[in-house]
Design a protein around this ligand. Structure first.
Ligand code: IMP
Length: 439
């Protein structure tokens, strides 16, 4: 069976919902035909679980491409790096005997221990308006980047500049912690020596990845950009302020890698067959009660990073339409259709009803409207339980072997969003995937 996804030089994989759509599996799947795999935003707030054979890999920062040692994995400048997390991740992979073919941008910003502390301060300050952060320090490190107080990877290799920068930024944070009465054991000396140590340990991976990627692009190498989080968490297009702090729409791939791209790209929006959300925000199509427990457990919907139980809900077409627009999605991958089994009928959210009775079909910028939004459902026929073996037979035979109801579900997504569903994922393994055509 031909399972080549694309002939295009650049493929960008982004999440179309609230994250956790199955992007890691897709990036890994695409890597077989690529030369470079690039992370361009987010930090270790992300979590990708990959299952290859009997091995399960949980990655937070390192691109999924690392599991293919002949490919180059790049952590681009738009990624936020907690060096302690990165070192642990490298060590775990080395312990499994993996070859680490990794390059880290000199320009990526460093997450410091004071950023993680500051996440807690911000969370309690924001109350109802908080996003329910993973506590990895993302909002504060992005704040510092904008305030021009950030420490970058290159600084770990330049003790004098590091000293100069850390001195300024620490005098700022120590005053904030004093004002908010935050107790801590952070000291300038300890943080400074930790950073220099990380610099020494990571130096072999650090380089000008902007130049590296430009050379790769110019010489026709195939590049996969691996997005983290999902469109509704995007700070510009998503449900602000209930999102994260780095953009995750596909257009950010250029900013977060330093690669200006003028060729045609294939942009894959990954959408789960239902929706999950970890963290705080209005969630119109949320499922409550026993059915939520059933779906959460069946889908293994527990955070890779925090272990938090994820909230679950029915597929939201309003959200997918916005994702398609804002990322310029050229095809969908729909994941976890194998989880949504055994239901008589399946509600799909196609609009929101507001308090005054108005029905809207686009994501509102207004928090008031999003808070009062009640889902308007279209009901599609469900399908019975199928065993993994039955699904594997369907996968081997191709799309037409899928039950009519599953095909109807997929084709409903296509007609509502006007974007083709190119890839159907029916299980966590690489080979549990149907590619309908090469695009
Ligand atoms: P932060 O990025 O850790 O500050 O979290 C901000 C919001 O984004 C919270 O609602 C998190 O639960 C959510 N979030 C961040 N990263 C991910 C992810 O990779 N998957 C799902 N939700 C995420």
């Amino acid at each position: 069976m031909n399972n080549k996804v694309t002939d295009k030089q650049v493929t960008i994989v982004v999440g179309a919902q609230w994250g956790d759509e199955g992007k890691g599996k897709m990036a890994d799947f695409l890597t077989k035909d690529a030369d470079y795999v690039v992370r361009f935003q987010g930090g270790n707030n992300a979590g990708h679980t990959l299952k290859i054979g009997t091995e399960v890999y949980k990655l937070h920062l390192i691109p999924s491409g690392i599991l293919h040692p002949d490919k180059v994995s790049v952590i681009g400048n738009g990624t936020l790096i907690d060096p302690s997390v990165l070192m642990q991740e490298i060590k775990k992979l080395e312990d499994k005997g993996m070859v680490i073919n990794l390059r880290i941008s000199q320009r990526a910003h460093i997450i410091m221990p004071y950023h993680r502390l500051m996440d807690g301060v911000l969370g309690s300050l924001q109350g109802q308006l908080a996003a329910g952060s993973t506590g990895s320090g993302i909002a504060p490190v992005c704040g510092d980047k904008s305030l021009r107080l950030g420490i970058r990877v290159i600084d770990l290799l330049e003790p004098e500049v590091l000293n100069e920068k850390l001195d300024k930024v620490w005098s700022y944070y120590s005053r904030i912690f004093e004002a908010f009465d935050v107790s801590h054991e952070l000291t300038f000396g300890q943080m400074y020596s930790d950073l220099l140590r990380y610099g020494t340990l990571l130096s072999k991976y650090i380089e000008d990845t902007e130049v590296l990627l430009h050379e790769a692009y110019k010489t026709g190498k195939k590049i996969v950009f691996e997005g983290a989080q999902g469109m509704s968490l995007d700070p510009d297009q998503g449900v602000y302020p209930h999102g994260t702090s780095t953009n995750n729409v596909a257009t950010y791939a250029g900013v977060g890698s330093g690669l200006g791209m003028n060729e045609k790209k294939h942009i894959i929006g990954v959408a789960k067959a239902y929706v999950s959300r970890v963290g705080q925000s209005p969630f119109p199509s949320e499922i409550e009660g026993e059915q939520a427990v059933w779906l959460r457990d069946k889908g293994g919907e527990y955070g890779t990073t925090t272990g938090r139980p994820r909230r679950v809900g029915w597929l939201d077409i309003v959200q997918l339409k916005q994702a398609a627009r804002t990322s310029g999605i050229t095809a969908w991958t729909v994941t976890k259709l194998d989880i949504l089994t055994g239901l008589d009928s399946i509600p799909v959210c196609i609009g929101y009803k507001l308090k005054d009775g108005t029905i809207i079909n686009e994501m509102p910028a207004s928090l008031t409207q999003f808070r009062e939004a009640v889902p308007v459902y279209h009901y599609l026929p469900g399908w019975r339980e199928y065993s993994e073996a039955e699904f594997n037979t369907m996968i081997a035979e191709g799309y037409d072997a899928l039950p009519d109801e599953i095909q109807e579900y997929i084709e409903f997504i296509e007609s509502e969003t006007d974007i083709p569903v190119q890839i159907v994922s029916l299980g966590p393994e690489r080979n549990q995937t149907i590619v309908r055509s090469t695009m």
